[in-house]
Ligand binder design. Structure first.
Ligand SMILES: [Cu+2]
Length: 403
């Protein structure tokens, strides 16, 4: 089955999932059109997905998410997961400024694992949404477009407004936890199809914060992938490190069980019962493994920003590593906790973790409620390269141990 026919059958399956719509035939036609548009996109993006990604370290500096940033380089329709190195570089400025952030909403079917597809709701086409970086004192202006700007055909989206309403996302919005003000901006930012809205706030409180959609039904929008993180750097910036990574855990509620093939519907029942089928780092199973693993070299200082987008707390742990410094609850202005093994990250919260790479090898990032990692997807990899120092870590046997 080639990609086009797979997409078409996905679209037809998707149409059968949409309930409460007055005109099912029109739905099917629209979804067929949607699939055709997506298939056309895929044809144009048939080159290997990884090669179209921005390499680490080439991110824009002073203006996160300005046009021409990584967001214009989608890795192909099947890639939903944001790379862990996809975040702006440290700001390195001494004065506040206006930071302009362009966001759009995009609902699209992508692979959660091979053979398993899901209609994600996203900011800028990926899960999590873009990492926003500001400095204390900055004015941050958020521009949110409902639908992908310039999408072929419709003004702003491949869906009709009927479908938007039927699917439960007639509006999208944003609530940033870095905002002090009602709803974190959400009352100013309910954006319907074909609209763009903007609001501005002063980033007055340094910290690492979660943002998410806050349109009805809010938990559904979040469960489908509408979250990201915003860092408000202190005046003096953060201490220099060699590598920074952006990781968000999310829980997903599919109609079928973990691993069941085909297009999976969202299960509101499972969400209300707090029984996710999937626990995922950056949007899909194995999103941050293999050639998308986090990578560092022996001796380098590593900083992780780890957050929980959706509804279940993470028991975040890196197997074989100790967090030299942990800033829990997003509180980057407090003295860190030292030498931490596992940290609980609440839904709608984030932490900053720093440690130095010492022993080469592969390390697994997990939710230490381990069935989630081993059986439900919450696994990522950190690969450390470089020379081993045997006194730190080596195989031993009784007869070479001094007694
Ligand atoms: Cu939304």
């Amino acid at each position: 089955m080639n990609k086009t026919s797979r997409l078409l059958s996905l679209a037809i399956a998707l149409s059968s999932l949409i309930t409460g719509c007055s005109d099912e035939a029109q739905n099917k036609a629209e979804l067929g059109k949607y699939a055709a548009v997506q298939a056309e996109k895929t044809k144009h993006q048939a080159m290997p997905a990884e090669e179209t990604e921005h390499p680490s370290g080439e991110m824009q500096h002073s203006m996160p998410m300005s046009s021409g940033s990584v967001e214009t380089h989608q890795s192909g329709m099947d890639e939903i997961g944001r790379r862990a190195d996809d975040l702006p570089a440290p700001l390195n400025r001494t004065q506040p400024q206006l930071v302009s952030v362009d966001l759009y909403t995009d609902e699209r079917v992508a692979e959660m694992m091979p053979g398993v597809t899901y209609e994600y709701w996203t900011y800028n086409g990926k899960v999590p949404g873009p990492f926003i970086r500001a400095r204390v004192g900055d004015q941050v202006e958020i521009h949110l477009n409902h639908g992908k700007p310039g999408a072929a055909g419709e003004a702003h989206s491949e869906h009709t407004s009927t479908q938007h309403a039927a699917a439960g996302h007639s509006a999208h919005s944003i609530d940033l936890h870095a905002v002090v003000g009602p709803g974190g901006g959400a009352p100013l930012m309910q954006v319907e199809q074909g609209e763009e809205k903007s609001f501005r706030f002063k980033a007055a409180h340094p910290g690492i914060y979660v943002y998410h959609c806050a349109s009805p039904h809010v938990p559904t929008h979040i469960a489908n992938g509408m979250y990201g993180m915003i860092l408000v750097e202190p005046e003096q910036g953060l201490a220099k490190v060699d590598r920074e990574f952006y990781v968000m855990q999310g829980d997903f509620y599919t109609g079928g069980k973990y691993g069941d093939k085909g297009l999976q519907a969202f299960s509101k029942e499972k969400m209300l019962a707090e029984k996710p089928e999937y626990f995922l780092f950056n949007g899909r199973v194995n999103s941050l493994r293999g050639d998308r693993a986090l990578k560092a070299k022996v001796g380098e200082k590593i900083r992780l920003f780890v957050g929980v987008g959706s509804h279940v707390a993470s028991n975040f742990h890196i197997i074989g590593a100790i967090f030299d410094s942990l800033y829990p609850e997003g509180a980057i202005m407090n003295p860190p906790l030292k030498n931490v093994q596992t940290t609980v990250i609440a839904p709608g919260s984030a932490v900053m973790i720093e440690f130095t790479a010492e022993v080469p090898g592969k390390y697994l990032l997990v939710d230490h409620s381990l069935p989630r990692a081993i059986d439900k997807g919450a696994l990522a990899e950190l690969v450390i390269e470089g020379a081993a120092q045997p006194e730190l870590y080596q195989q031993a046997s009784r007869n070479n141990v001094a007694r």
